[in-house]
Design a protein around this ligand. Structure first.
Ligand SMILES: [Zn+2]
Length: 71
């Protein structure tokens, strides 16, 4: 599996964050993430960066589009 960076996702790929405990899901704004974290930021590292705004649970993350990979 190649290490995807945020800028590699820019074309059509979408990132989603899910929270099992409260059922919340959000679509992440990739251009905004690139602005905040940089285009070279590895997608896999997002996992530890995201927290649910409802319950504060950490590590909820999934991507879709641009491939079938799921982290
Ligand atoms: Zn939650």
């Amino acid at each position: 599996m190649r290490p995807d960076s945020l800028e590699n996702l820019h074309d059509g790929a979408r990132l989603y964050a899910f929270c099992d405990p409260c059922g919340r899901s959000v679509t992440l704004d990739v251009p905004d993430l690139i602005e905040r974290l940089g285009g070279g930021f590895p997608v896999t590292a997002l996992r530890g960066r995201l927290t649910c705004k409802e319950c504060g649970r950490r590590g909820i993350f999934r991507r879709s589009g641009g491939g079938a990979s799921t982290y």
